[in-house]
Design a protein around this ligand. Sequence first.
Ligand code: NAG
Ligand code: NAG
Ligand code: NAG
Ligand code: NAG
Ligand code: NAG
Ligand code: NAG
Length: 403
Amino acid sequence: MVTHMFVVEILLFLSLLAFIVKAQEPAILDITKYGAKSDADISGALSSAWKEACLSSTSSRIVIPPGTWSLSQVKLIGPNKSPVELQVQGTLKAPIGQLPNKDGEWITINYVNYLEISGGGVFDGQGTEAWTRNDCHKNKNCAKLPLNLSFNFINNTYIHDVTTKDSKNFHVNCISSHNVKFQRFTISAPDESPNTDGIHLGRGSNITVIDSIIQTGDDCVSIGDESTEIHVENVTCGPGHGISVGSLGSNVAEKDVNGIYVKNCTFLSTVNGVRVKTWPSAPARLEVKNLHFEDIIMDNVSYPIIIDQEYCPHNLCNLKDPSYVKISNIFIKNIKGTSHYPEAVTLVCSRTNPCVNVQISDVDLTYTGNLGPTTTKCANVNPTLSGKLNPPICAKTTGAQSS
Ligand SMILES: *[C@@H]1O[C@H](CO)[C@@H](O)[C@H](O)[C@H]1NC(C)=O
Ligand SMILES: *[C@@H]1O[C@H](CO)[C@@H](O)[C@H](O)[C@H]1NC(C)=O
Ligand SMILES: *[C@@H]1O[C@H](CO)[C@@H](O)[C@H](O)[C@H]1NC(C)=O
Ligand SMILES: *[C@@H]1O[C@H](CO)[C@@H](O)[C@H](O)[C@H]1NC(C)=O
Ligand SMILES: *[C@@H]1O[C@H](CO)[C@@H](O)[C@H](O)[C@H]1NC(C)=O
Ligand SMILES: CC(=O)N[C@H]1CO[C@H](CO)[C@@H](O)[C@@H]1O
């Protein structure tokens, strides 16, 4: 009798345990169960699955199965009660022409906590045709093209093992988000695609981009104001315009940038390597501090290292007044490789706010062309130098050092 009851108790306990284990498995929400068909727009099905996931009190996994799916445009908005995973196994294709709401982005995910995007699939922006309509580099009143993926106000998010290709504009915009990690996140678009920044970050904290390959027509990763604790590690950039902090200063409300770490990255034939750019004659007085650029390989990079406080593309700015952005605590260490133009290192700081505490060690950059020796250009900066330095950084006779 006693043993019998004991067995019953064990059985009850085991089934309870099985229930708990099962409860921890996410509920699977396959979009085909919500009406998705491979020959029609899946935005309705995806939105329905998303709504259910957000309302669920246990975690959910939305699955986009293998295959090619048309997605016209979608806005996936939280809040969510439990973690949500969006598993993209197939390829999502944007419409070739305009999106239904031409002022919106293609895929927007906002106000979500505990999100995971995974699955090995592809977000295909189908931008090839749209790029020919993009004249924003020469026309200030150009029609804005939609960006690929916009993640705003998202926290505790892990985006991994997916590809975004041929966005019509920026590939990823990630604003006002905290504790976000992009890993094995592939971005691909051709060199000549305009404004196709890889990942644009702003007003966020603790964001990591790691183990990723970013090939695009504009910045690899661009970092806007109010960014703190941004880590870019083991990322290969190129083609594209490199990793850039800024441009900063144009808006008086801009807030400080603090703690940027670019480590163990490789730049392949990019226009810039690591760059900080601030506008002259601009109102904002924010600080940019604690930037670490370390263990970087530059391969045929046009301008490998640049701090430019007189940033003035296409001469469309006013150089009368300086930049009021204060730059301090810059650590540039172990940067090796080749530059495509002679001016391998540029440190042009503001005349009213010289750069403070710039430490440079072990920089070895060789200019491969025949326009003379490798050079550096420096203004309003007095860096602390150590280790092997080629070219000699900020030596008195700027422009005349041999490599
Ligand atoms: C994300 O974190 C920020 C800062 O802690 C907080 O203000 C915001 O409400 C959070 N958002 C969500 C969707 O959890
Ligand atoms: C930073 O974000 C990661 C997730 O990418 C998280 O594991 C870690 O706890 C966060 N760190 C802090 C200090 O919040
Ligand atoms: C670095 O990133 C590449 C992908 O670009 C990956 O194959 C490699 O495993 C990563 N290295 C480490 C140590 O994780
Ligand atoms: C550093 O980057 C190289 C080249 O991308 C990669 O092979 C290596 O695994 C990375 N190391 C670490 C520790 O991430
Ligand atoms: C070096 O970079 C320049 C300018 O971006 C490019 O035109 C050239 O093809 C690159 N060379 C190699 C060998 O990749
Ligand atoms: C370049 C571009 O189109 N940026 C837009 C990205 O999306 C945000 C809103 O999420 C817009 O404010 C930007 O203009």
